[in-house]
Design a protein around this ligand. Structure first.
Ligand code: FES
Length: 91
């Protein structure tokens, strides 16, 4: 499982409060992206999901699943197709 952290505070403040600020620990809002084995990327937190046109894709949940198998019928979201198309994330 791989987890990434978005250091941006998402409240209009700069990502860094000063020259010694730790951008991850200074962030009161955490966003994580978790790569599910043989499945989607789970995005937890208030990250903006942008479409190919750069416009935000509306989301209704605090946690969303992004397809990475390419088989979904409801892109960019996972619809469970990875379970039947044999997708393997490898490594
Ligand atoms: S990862 Fe679930 S449908 Fe593609």
């Amino acid at each position: 499982m791989t987890t990434f952290h978005d250091p941006a505070p998402h409240d209009g403040r700069p990502a860094h409060d000063g020259p010694t600020a730790d951008p991850v620990s200074a962030d009161p809002v955490e966003v994580t992206v978790t790569a599910c084995p043989d499945g989607p990327l789970l995005v937890r937190g208030p990250a903006a999901i942008l479409g190919p046109d750069g416009e935000p894709v509306p989301r209704r949940r605090a946690t969303v699943a992004l397809c990475r198998c390419g088989g979904t019928a409801v892109a960019p979201w996972c619809d469970g197709t990875h379970k039947v198309n044999g997708y393997r994330s490898g490594g």
